[in-house]
Design a protein. Sequence first.
Length: 190
Amino acid sequence: MIRALSNLIGRSERAALRALVLILPLMILVNVAGRALKAPIFWLDELAVLTMVWLAMLGLSVTLQTREAVAVTLLTDAVPETACKMLRCTADLVVLGFAVALLVLCYLWFDPLSLWRHGFDFDAFAAQSFNFIYQEPTSTLGVAKFWFWLILPLVAFTSSIHALANLLDSLRAPLPAPGSGPAAATGSGE
């Protein structure tokens, strides 16, 4: 069930990545043309930077889902399969812990319950909490930055799902039968 949810989220993230990868160069090309014509579109620069941030965050989540992150496997290649499984489970648990911690921090940062208690009045929320997340506008777009920052809790949530699915897969992975490990395959196990 969790793996199916992770796969569905991963497909959605990859579709969003494809769209952003197509949009980003177009924004940059339009801005380059505007600058060449002495009519730069300043807000397009900021939007391109924010788009790159979204690309990086979604890419992080997809990388976690597919387990394609760069890894140093010196230790896992040198230990028996049982220890390798334990190391993989430990790594999955650390990733899950990080993703859940990020989710909790995003919840504390956005503080949706306090915002709700203040009737979604950004001024009252900021006055009571000294948290100005909902009031800070972007430099050139004039849009509240929190709309762009919503990628953080979204990726924290999706990364948590992916990490949990990976941990469950690692725990369910069968151990190799005795005598069928790497040493047995090379003939040096005797």
